[in-house]
Design a protein around this ligand. Structure first.
Ligand code: NAD
Ligand code: TYD
Length: 341
């Protein structure tokens, strides 16, 4: 497909910023517009290495803002929507922003996509829309059954996107990826939180028994999958993105402690997350049929990730101060009680 300009909503977040780097390295002729509200999770530092490239433009804006979205999308060939409120625990504390961004914001982008006749609208979604599965795996045909305000809002966004294909033949594609890990992930999520806490010799708050299972996907493998479905994906289709790399939270935690040479006494069992999904697992046959596969094994990637966070304190230390400390106190009262605060 001849793509001259990508509009990347939420491109200052974790996966979006990695995707922008992927695009700019792979397509020397392409322009990239990042449109991002810069919430607590958005960070211009994630894009520092491409910021001065003449092919790159940053626009600060909310995907719910019809006027700004309209102006930003004009001239773009492809919209890739990463913009979302993304943290399950925050959706349990305060769901409002999730309804706005993950549903109303998606509608705003879809309307602009329809008005300007983009070649592709890609909705970056999640395996969490399928809900929890005890045995077996979800496929693209599985029904949705979300558990948290986060996954319910993402599921609603997916339904809107699908309706724009069915009703208006807007050339959409939906990707549903499993849990990502890699550089530039906000330290509120499991892997960066536990790695950075371990580096600081702080407790690692494990919810419940720690036997919940997630299917871990390295962020670059996810970015290559998105690129592939833009180029070769079927219009109106859903593509699961999963590396078949199931680990319990305990396994992940033990690996982090081993890699960093830290003691298991750092693990603190805290109250479980309400409605906690026990296991996510999915197949990704249609994507694999297009030729996709993860590039390296989990063990190797985890070592690289621990090294990255060890070397980039300059990146994550500021994110763990200020408002984050307030959130942390609210989210982990058990830790505060143990620390006598
Ligand atoms: P993130 O929280 O790191 O980044 C989200 C970005 O969206 C931030 O830059 C934020 O500023 C921006 N944003 C939030 N609200 C906005 C709004 N109203 N208008 C414009 N920008 C806004 O998230 P992430 O982990 O990079 O996830 C990106 C996408 O991938 C999300 O849609 C998420 O649902 C999906 N996803 C994430 C994972 C994962 O494991 N992280 C897995 C599967 C799918
Ligand atoms: P998270 O990174 O929040 O991703 P998601 O809930 O979207 O899968 O959490 C991954 C797993 O780690 C999940 O089972 C919840 C668990 N977890 C903890 O045990 N402690 C924590 O402090 C966090 C943030 C997550």
């Amino acid at each position: 497909m001849d793509i001259k300009c990508y509009f990347v909503a939420g491109g200052a977040g974790f996966i979006g910023s990695n995707f922008v780097r992927h695009l700019m390295a792979k397509y020397p002729q392409a322009k990239v517009v990042v449109y991002d509200k810069l919430t607590y999770a958005g960070n211009v530092a994630n894009l520092a290495d491409v910021a001065d490239d003449p092919r790159f433009r940053f626009v600060k804006g909310d995907i719910c803002d019809r006027y700004l979205v309209d102006r930003g999308v004009r001239g773009a060939d492809v919209i890739v929507n990463f913009a979302a409120e993304t943290h399950v625990d925050r959706s349990i504390l305060e769901p409002d922003a999730f309804i706005q961004t993950d549903i109303v914001g998606v509608h705003t982008l879809l309307e602009a996509a329809r008005k300007y006749g983009v070649k592709r609208y890609v909705q970056i979604s999640t395996d969490e829309v399928y809900g929890s599965i005890e045995d077996g795996h979800f496929s693209e045909q599985s029904s949705i059954n979300p558990s948290s305000p986060y996954s319910a809002s993402k599921a609603a966004g997916d339904l809107l996107v699908k309706s724009y294909w069915t009703t208006y033949r807007l050339p959409v594609v939906i990707t549903r990826a499993s849990n990502n890990y890699g550089p530039y992930q906000h330290p509120e999520k499991l892997i960066p939180l536990f790695v950075t806490n371990a580096l600081e010799d702080k407790p690692l708050p494990m919810y419940g028994d720690g036997m919940q299972v997630r299917d871990w996907l390295y962020v670059d493998d996810h970015c290559r999958a998105i690129d592939l479905v833009i180029e070769k994906g079927e219009k109106g289709a859903i593509y699961n993105v999963g590396a078949s790399c199931e680990k319990t939270n305990r396994e992940v935690t033990h690996r982090i402690l081993e890699l960093l040479g830290k003691s298991e006494s750092l693990i603190k069992h805290v109250a479980d997350r309400p409605g906690h999904d026990r296991r996510y697992a999915l197949t990704a046959e249609p994507l694999r049929q297009l030729g996709w596969a993860p590039l390296k094994p989990w063990e190797e990637r985890m070592a690289e990730v621990c090294q990255w966070y060890s070397a980039r304190r300059d990146w994550w230390e500021p994110l763990k101060s200020g408002d984050f400390e307030e959130y942390y106190r609210r989210q982990y009262p058990d830790l505060m009680a143990k620390a006598g605060r």
